[in-house]
Structures are given as C-alpha cells and as structure tokens.
Design a protein around this ligand. Sequence first.
Ligand SMILES: [Zn+2]
Length: 289
Amino acid sequence: MIIPGFTGGLLDRADHMRNDADAMAAAIGNWQARLLKLHAWEPEVTDEGRLGWTMLTEASEEAEFVLLGLDGGRPRFAAFEPAAGPAPGFRSPDLFGMLDRLQEGEAATFAAARSVLDWHARHRFCANCGAPTAMIRAGWARRCEPCGTEHFPRVDPVVIMIAEHDGRALLGRQPSWPAGRYSALAGFVEPGESIEEAVRREIAEEAGVRVGAVRYVASQPWPFPSQLMIACIGVAEGDALTVDTSELETAGWFTRDEVRAALAGDADAPFGAPPRYAIAHSLLSEWVA
Ligand SMILES: [Zn+2]
C-alpha cells in the first residue's frame, strides 16, 4: 500500500473539544500539554525522528493556541503568533531533508500546523466586510463579529495526474525544476468542475492530449500553503503532443521500465523522479506496480 507524504497523522483531532471553552481551558492548563516547536515555519526533528515540542509558556503573550489534537489524551498545540506574519513563499532547501528524518505520521502533524497557522496569518480580516476577525473553534475557524460571517481554513484542491497510452505515461517538466526532473502534470480544480473534468482539462491544456476514463489513485495534503493533491490516472485517446510552453518546458511519454529506473535513482534513467514526499512519486510507484 502506498502511504503518501504528509498523511498518517497520529493525533486525535478532538473536534468535540473545539467549541467547549471549559475543555479548552483545561487542556491549556494540563501539565502534559505541549506546544509544537517551529523555527521560521520549520519543525525541529529529534534524534528519534519525532517532532520537537515545548511548554506552552514558551509562546509569546500575544500568542493564540490552536488545538492540533490529542496524543493519547495529552493536548498538543501550535501557537499563532500574530506578529510573525504569514509563511514565506519559498521553502528552505533543508526542509525536505528534515521531513525525511521524521517517523511515519509525524510530518502530517507538521503539515496541519503549518497550513492552519499560515491561514490565520492571512485571514485576520473578514473577506465579506473587511472588519478584523477573531479565532474560534480552538483555532479551526475565525469569526467576524460585525457581520457574523464564519471563515474556515482553506483547502485548495489540485489534480495531479499522468495520462497513459499504450503502456507509456505522459510526464512533463517545468523550467523551474532541478535539471532532468520530470513529473506528473498538475493544476487547480476550478469552481464548477469535477475532479475528472479538471484532469481532462489540464492534460488537454498543457499537452494537447484528449483523455477518456479517469481513475482516482490517492491524495495528500501539501502544506505550501494549503493544497489537497488528488492523484489520478487518465486513459489517453492518442499520443500526439501539443505542449503549452507557458506551462511546461517539455513533455514526453515514458515506459514502465523507464519510470522504474527513475524511481530507483538509476544513473542511466532517462529522467529524474519527483521527491519521495511528493504524491507524484507515489503516483508513479502505483503506476509501475
Ligand atoms: Zn465581516
């Protein structure tokens, strides 16, 4: 079974506590409560491959606590620091190396914390009336008092897919990627579109290939800042390519043996595979299996 990166979180999200002020106060006062350590939006990784945690008293006076969940009954929080601002658009080159050292399930907790804290930083004002909003539901929503609107953390669905034709998979390359890397095509699902329709539209736009049947494979949260990556395989009706060079540098068809070699990191593989943490890696592994 394929376990995509950033999934398999071990915390109980404890939804029943989110609207219970007494339970939240007790959780914050619990001697076993801990705060996720984040330095410039990156986690601390212990020698055992666990996330680093500290006492809630390490947060600033202005901090508001987001209840990430319960670890065997022990409350686990992240601190929203209003003065810190949103997460940067770039990611440190060290981050994926750090995530690689984490035990299974730990990265999911980091992903949830990073996405929800960044959402708070970007949604301090009401999108409906412009007034300041306040955190509610233990950090899993914000409310605007003047107009009564509640705002919930964003999750932005993205389809990521290969087309397959005659035993080969369609992969593309963006100019910003490391030299030689190819990966699945991807794009945001638009309002009024199903997952299958988004897959067909994106492959047609980026590579000029018509796709019929679409099969869902797996999904993963991607906390940069808040995508839900939905991996699919579509059956192409032909293999002629018309690449949209505003989206892709190039695209091509690869056999299972070629994709296997890339996933294994073989020196003579025809391309470099996407990193293990990306669901494109899981998708290609599924396709060659
Ligand atoms: Zn409002």
